[in-house]
Design a protein around this ligand. Structure first.
Ligand code: BGC
Length: 249
């Protein structure tokens, strides 16, 4: 079965059809820059362009990831897109523009789900915490293969500041941190999360996880910490898989 996954991020809106047997993309990923300001209308318009660039049957399930917590289809708070999203019913915004049913969910929950079904967390029992290091820090909690949606561990307050404002991959770029310096920030972050949750495994995703050999070996944790396998397709794949299941989180 094929479903379409769309991943809305602070810098790009990406999409591709996914073969749900294998978790692989069946066509090249399409990416368009996120419009600025990233209002609901502007983002929905670009999302339509991405959806329409694939010639898929009208009943293909569509899953859309979103860089914010979504509860009962509604944006709870927004760190990295326009504030006018707060309180909006995301399904309504996209269904009006696309004229088809969609399922919208948090980007890190989607990525975590994909890693649990097809990737690095597959077959791992106990508590797996998947984190995505990107514009912000996203998190997904997976317990015995089951996603527990809605965690926001990027916004833990550590040393008096919001954790993602020190340890997101974007901050490494903005502050031009070398990997050993960045690893110190990740050390502080992951040891705190480890203390709070005693997980069985950490999985690290987001674009920077391509370079995992430069920072993961520098971390000293009790918990094994491994790179994500799906990397930048995890959000797309997880959204497509959850849309096909008809899962509303
Ligand atoms: C948002 C999360 C999101 C993460 C990664 C955070 O700022 O609050 O919902 O998963 O960024 O995009």
């Amino acid at each position: 079965m094929i479903a379409l996954g769309i991943d809305i991020g602070g810098s790009g809106i990406k999409g591709a059809p996914v073969d749900l047997e294998t978790g692989e993309l069946t066509q090249e990923r399409v990416r368009i820059e996120t419009p600025q300001p990233s209002t609901p209308e502007a983002v929905a318009r670009v999302t339509r362009e991405v959806v329409e660039s694939f010639d898929l049957p009208a009943d293909t399930p569509v899953g859309i990831t979103f860089p914010a917590p979504i509860k009962h289809n509604t944006v709870v708070f927004m760190a990295n897109l326009d504030q006018s999203w707060v309180g909006k019913n995301v399904d309504d915004v996209f269904e009006q523009e696309l004229g088809r049913k969609v399922i919208a969910l948090n980007d890190a929950d989607a990525a975590g789900y994909a890693e649990a079904i097809y990737g690095a967390a597959k077959g791992h029992d106990g508590l797996v915490i998947v984190t995505t290091l990107g514009t912000g820090i996203g998190s997904a909690l997976i317990y015995n293969g089951q996603l527990i949606p809605g965690s926001e561990l990027g916004h833990l307050e550590i040393d008096g500041v919001n954790a993602e404002s020190r340890a997101a991959a974007r901050i490494r770029e903005e502050e031009k941190l070398k990997f050993p310096e960045y690893a110190k920030r990740l050390q502080r972050y992951y040891s705190h999360v480890e203390m709070l949750f005693s997980p069985d495994l950490f999985v690290v995703g987001g674009g920077v996880s391509k370079k995992h050999d430069k920072f993961l070996p520098l971390l000293d944790l009790r918990t094994p910490i491994i790179p994500a396998q799906l990397r930048n397709t995890a959000g797309i794949v997880g959204a497509a898989a959850l849309a096909a299941k008809g899962e509303v989180l």
